[in-house]
Every structure is written in C-alpha cells, then in structure tokens.
Design a protein around this ligand. Structure first.
Ligand SMILES: *Cc1c(COP(=O)(O)O)cnc(C)c1O
Length: 316
C-alpha cells in the first residue's frame, strides 16, 4: 500500500532548518574571509544531507501517483542507496536497489544496512549497469519486479532539483552569502542550489570525479530555465578520481576534525572543503566575504574507509 501523503509530508518537514556554523581555522585570519559550514549532515540521522533534500519531492510524487515501490541504482557504498533504504523503512515504501557489480552480492556495511531496512538488492554487472537507463532494461526490471517509481542514480532528476532549491532558500534566510560551495557527483544538488538562489551569490561546485567536464552540460540540462546567478565548477580537487584518496587528503580530514570537531567524508565533502581552503589561501574570495560550504553528509561510508585512511597516515 502507498504510504499516506501526510506522513510523508511530516517526515520531510522535521528539521527543516539545519545549523549554519562559523568555522575558525588558522588560514582564515590572514584572508579576512568568513567561512560558514551549513550542517546538512544533521538533517536526519539516516537519510543524510543532500539525499534527504533530493528524495523529498520524489517520495511525495510517488505518493501522488499511487506508487508504493521505489527503485533506484547505485554502487556498493552509495549514500543514495543507504538513504533510500532508510526512507523506505521509515515511511513504508517498498524499496529495490539495483547495485553495480555482480561480484559483490555482499556484505559491506552499506548493503547490510539496506537489507536490514528491507530493501531488495539486485546485483548486475558493470556492463549491464552502463545500460541501466535504456528503455529495454527498465522494461526488463518492470517484468521482474512489477511496477515501480523509478529514481535515477544518485537520486538526480527534476524533483531532486526542486528539493535542493529549498536548501538554497534556507541558506538565504540564514545569511547573506557571497559564495556557496558544494561537492558534486551527478550535479543534481548543485543545479538545485543554482535554481533556488535569489541574490548575487556565486555557486562553486567541486566534482568528486575526474574528467567531469560533462557536468557543465548536465547542469544546463537540469536547469531548463537557465540560471540567473554565476556558477563555476572547480575541476582540480578530485584527488585522482571518484572515491580515490591520498595522504594529503586524509591529513586534511584529520586537521579539519581537530580544529572544528566536524568529520568529513573522503569521497565528497573532504575534497570540497580542501578546495575551499585552497581557494581561500589563493585569495580567490575577496576580504570580508561570506563563504558558505555545505556539509552534504554521507558519513555512513566512513567506517569502511578507516583502515585505508590509517594506512595512508602511516598508522598501520
Ligand atoms: C551524493 C553526494 C553528493 C553528490 O550529490 P550530487 O547531487 O550527485 O551531485 C555530495 N556529497 C555527498 C556527501 C553525497 O552523498
């Protein structure tokens, strides 16, 4: 049975305003920049950060169209799959996760959690995964699982853009931001921030993928009405590519935690924050400006990375 609309609305209206905290780091004193952290990691304990924002209007639309079953795609450590599974368990949606990599079948903590939430996991090869958006493949999934509401990989579609536009408006209500900075995977969150901003704010995106110039076009596609504010992607902070990390990045995470008490994740937010601090050191932001960096959450995958992080620090 489709969950009832009012319970979905109630779920998404909790914690509608996440804190905005000023960061005090030694680098900032010389630059005269005010750096703020938008703690969207605190929006919900399991439906974390930007995934909460991206799922909101998808879940509501599923309700409106009478769909009780949500299906989506992701890698074995996907924050999106984790969040979707948790959402399904909280609200009573059936969830199906199509997972890249048939060799996995398995039991990392992300997938174990998804299973615990009742998500049905279906593993496909990397090759099949590349063709996941073809009508034939989706038809095959409908034959196998019955009808479903399809949420694209990473949760990115026009509904996600609407949800992330609300995040932009929430920030505008908290501060007069000159710059807003966010990590990018599919670019959906970034596009929503651009769509929702009203003032003269410039939005900077930090792709977590190497060679992500395709994102410029993808963001144009997600913003059919164009944009009224300047935006730019910073392509030099991917640290070797998606989910790759090295010693300087892990040292930075440790440094940031020691000074702020806030944990970052090595896939997205640490790379973004490293980029922001680097730009501050390079005097990209004028003195006196308000720079807001968004903590998009996603700390669920961190435990699986601790061993590699310790090894990179030479502690193992
Ligand atoms: C998914 C994710 C992103 C990327 O969001 P997109 O909308 O795909 O660009 C950024 N940060 C975190 C923590 C994420 O989990």
């Amino acid at each position: 049975m489709t969950p009832d609309q009012s319970s979905v609305e109630a779920f998404f209206s909790q914690n509608t305003s996440t804190p905005l905290e000023q960061l005090m780091l030694p680098e900032l004193q010389a630059s005269g920049v005010n750096l703020w952290l938008k703690r969207d990691d605190l929006v919900h304990d399991r439906v974390s950060g930007n995934k909460f924002r991206k799922l909101k209007y998808n879940a509501l639309h599923a309700c409106e169209t009478g769909s009780a079953r949500l299906l989506s795609f992701g890698g074995a450590y996907s924050n999106h799959i984790y969040a979707l599974a948790a959402l399904g368990a909280s609200l009573g949606f059936e969830t199906i996760g199509i997972i890249r990599g048939e060799e996995l079948e398995g039991n990392n903590s992300t997938l174990a959690f998804a299973r615990q939430c009742g998500m049905k996991l279906h593993f496909i090869s990397r090759e099949e995964y590349r063709g996941k958006n073809s009508p034939e493949f989706v038809e095959k999934l409908r034959t196998q699982f019955g009808d479903f509401y399809l949420i694209p990989e990473g949760g990115t579609n026009d509904k996600a853009v609407s949800g992330c536009a609300e995040l932009s408006r929430e920030i505008s209500g908290q501060i007069d931001a000159d710059f807003v900075c966010v990590a990018c995977g599919t670019g959906g969150t970034f596009a929503g921030l651009v769509a929702g901003v009203e003032s003269k704010t410039k939005i900077y995106g930090f792709p977590a993928l190497k060679g992500a110039v395709f994102l410029n076009e993808e963001i144009d596609r997600l913003l059919p009405g164009g944009s009224t504010v300047p935006w730019e992607l910073m392509f030099d902070y991917h640290f070797g590519g998606y989910a790759k990390m090295n010693r300087p990045l892990v040292e930075f995470m440790r440094y940031f935690y020691q000074h702020t008490g806030v944990e970052l994740d090595p896939v997205y937010t640490a790379k973004m924050m490293f980029g922001v601090i680097d730009m501050i050191k390079n005097r990209i932001f004028p003195e006196g400006s308000n720079v807001v960096a968004i903590h998009t959450g996603g700390l669920q995958g961190l435990d699986g990375k601790r061993q590699e992080m310790a090894r990179l620090l030479g502690d193992l």
